[in-house]
Design a binder for this molecule. Structure first.
Ligand code: SF4
Length: 293
């Protein structure tokens, strides 16, 4: 079988599987707006899908358009982001909404270059919104797609820690030429990685391509390449930043320095509080630290 025929056979199997097993997520509905798709992609970047469905619905109910979000205060946006983590994403969406009001008549731009120029919108989000909201089949590469392609096409358990040029080329090669099929493949490959071909415990027995997967055919050899640095949470700056921000969210007045004292070593707490200020997540006045209300 030629490589092109192999790819096509995998596409067929994965697309058939997705048609029955793909999750019914609200931003995948036909009536989802480009704005809804963009919000979902930003929320899903570092947070599991199951945790974002409720917040996404609440966000869209409150701010159904970029213009609605643009008129909110940064504090409201940070409060609504609640505990989704990596709250700079919330401010990025807020800034993107303002940019859309100022430069795109309050609409999510369909031109990939315009999308990429929005605050907080990177290569992945540009491709995902182009493909899923506008039917423009740019190749979408996230960690799930990387893992699925690495296993099926290359016969290796894991991709390298960072995306390589060779992987980009591979993903591009694997994108079907026909636009509708390419858009469907983008979402189906991601879904296969999320539900079946997971990082730690792939369910090969339930996989639609178990008979074609080169990693399985090779006997599922263990990964022996460079390892991604661990991303622990306990005791990290990220955890402490989260605690400071949680206090500010719950407070009805600016946080006096003594309120922060119990959180940890004072110099470290002060450094992280100032870091949050530099990022626009807090403001520091004589009264203390507060959300940017
Ligand atoms: S057979 Fe297993 S490793 Fe291969 S794509 Fe399916 S789940 Fe992943």
């Amino acid at each position: 079988m030629s490589e092109a025929a192999f790819r096509e056979a995998v596409h067929d199997a994965v697309l058939r599987w997705y048609a029955v097993a793909g999750r019914d997520l609200p931003w995948r509905h036909r009536d989802a707006t480009p704005w809804g798709v963009l919000v979902s992609e930003v929320m899903a970047q570092q947070t599991p899908i199951a945790r974002i469905i409720g917040p996404w619905q609440a966000w869209l109910a409150r701010w159904p358009t970029p213009a609605a979000l643009a008129s909110a205060s940064p504090a409201d946006v940070i409060l609504a982001w609640d505990r989704l983590g990596y709250p700079r994403r919330a401010l990025g969406l807020h800034r993107a909404a303002k940019a859309m009001v100022e430069g795109h008549d309050g609409q999510v731009p369909s031109d990939p270059a315009d999308l990429r120029a929005l605050p907080g919108v990177g290569e992945y989000t540009t491709a995902a919104v182009s493909s899923f909201a506008f039917g423009n089949p740019l190749v979408v590469i996230d960690t799930n797609v990387r893992r699925v392609l690495t296993r099926i096409a290359l016969g290796r358990e894991q991709a390298a820690p960072s995306l390589t040029a060779a992987e980009r080329a591979l993903a591009q090669e694997w994108l079907p030429a026909e636009p509708d099929r390419a858009n469907a493949w983008n979402v189906a490959a991601m879904e296969l990685g999320a539900l079946i071909c997971t990082a730690r415990a792939p369910r090969c027995e339930d996989c639609p391509v178990r008979d074609r997967c080169r990693w399985v055919a090779a006997g599922r050899p263990a990964y022996d390449g460079p390892v991604r640095k661990g991303q622990g949470y306990e005791g990290t700056d990220r955890q402490l930043r989260g605690r400071i921000l949680a206090l500010a969210r719950a407070a009805t007045a600016p946080l006096a320095p003594e309120v922060l004292e119990g959180l940890g070593e004072p110099e470290r707490v002060a450094r992280l509080a100032e870091q949050l200020c530099a990022e626009g997540l807090l403001v520091h006045s004589r009264a203390g630290y507060d959300l940017p209300r």
